[in-house]
Design a protein around this ligand. Sequence first.
Ligand SMILES: NC(=O)c1ccc[n+]([C@@H]2O[C@H](COP(=O)([O-])OP(=O)(O)OC[C@H]3O[C@@H](n4cnc5c(N)ncnc54)[C@H](O)[C@@H]3O)[C@@H](O)[C@H]2O)c1
Ligand SMILES: CCCCC=O
Length: 424
Amino acid sequence: MERSRVLLEAARIIRERSEELATMETINNGKSIFEARVDIEISWQTLEYYAGLAGSMAGQHVQLPGGSFGYTRREPLGVCVGIGAWNYPFQIACWKSGPALASGNAMVYKPSPFTPITVVLLAEIFREAGAPPGLFNVVQGGASTGEFLSKHPDVAKISFTGSVPTGSKIMEMASKGIKPVTLELGGKSPLIIFSDSDLENAVNGAMMANFLTQGQVCCNGTRVFVQSNILQKFTEEVVKKVKKIKIGDPLLEDTRMGPLINRPQLEKVFAFIKGAKEQGAKVLTGGEPYIPEDQKLKAGFYMTPCVLGDCKDDMTCVKEEIFGPVMSILPFDTEEEVLERANNSTYGLAAGVFTRDIQRAHRVVASLQAGMCFINNYNVSPVELPFGGYKKSGFGRENGQVTIEYYSQLKTVCVEMGKVESVF
Ligand SMILES: NC(=O)c1ccc[n+]([C@@H]2O[C@H](COP(=O)([O-])OP(=O)(O)OC[C@H]3O[C@@H](n4cnc5c(N)ncnc54)[C@H](O)[C@@H]3O)[C@@H](O)[C@H]2O)c1
Ligand SMILES: CCCCC=O
């Protein structure tokens, strides 16, 4: 209950300071203030949710023959390391620290060097909320700092959010110390639109699946499979909407797309678009540098959101994670065919299906190889629901009750009430 009170107080402070924190997050990352506000809201909800679970951590009592019994204790792991990506800096730190602290651990958190700011504010908030000094610590740095933390003998667990190659290195380092890891990695998720969908809903779902945070979202549904008989109509509607996305100063109220995180990321996205064109895809809109009129923004890393048509499953833009505002549209004919193509990926983070046929919706998600599936929506992530991947998108979960298990260990105590029956 003591932990719960600290988390609840931290949630209250975040809520009270939400406008300031959202502004800082926009400056930190470049996402629109509109989206940053949502991130801050999800963040305090996460701390509230785990505050609620903190007091309910308990073991089991098991009766054994002869009056003997056993019981289990759910105990903390110790010092947990959190290593975060730059796309949701504050939210990722809350997704990790909420369950870690609720379970009784301490945390050392390393944000991405591209977004070092807001997690420092989170550390100050935890202190102000009553967390003892040293319970939640921030260490700044890049790969070598992450490696130092991952190899450190005093560290009991690593929770990592980032790319597959780095996740693989972290797992290797953790294996040397036999440390548990949670890996929240990348994706190339499918979004399947059946022709019986509510078209407006499906178009809105595809927008949500591709263009939040300048397309730099791990679970984005970037492979948009559209049933052939609605391909033309769907594509026209999507392109119309994408053209209307307001790009510019992320601190302005009506902006919906700010700059990408940095120059290399912008160039990487342009290289994917160039490669897509060379492989035969057609740019239906966007994919160009965007120069805002405002003088002070001219050197920003802006681009116009892009929709690619005439895509094929074996194109690089369809197979690899771009991590930018680029949607690939792929026609399909049958359910069986689309399932096979949707699952034909080394990733398995998320997937979505739009249909009015409820039986089909459940049948399809049951066959999709993805940890986070959406029916008739996309990219909503309530804290009550576990989030995480299949296949190379990682393992372990964030959010939901189950995450307590990833931040704790189970001790079994066997109690003998009779005499020891020695076999010797
Ligand atoms: N599944 C999820 O929940 C989720 C959420 C956000 C982002 N992501 C993924 O993250 C990727 C983009 O983020 P990124 O570019 O920051 O990823 P990244 O792997 O380059 O870096 C992530 C973090 O790891 C650190 N790091 C880098 N090399 C390291 C090493 N050798 N040892 C230890 N730490 C090291 C970085 O400094 C950073 O803090 C995308 O692939 C995206 O899909 C996944
Ligand atoms: C914390 C939000 C994770 C979404 C993926 O990038």
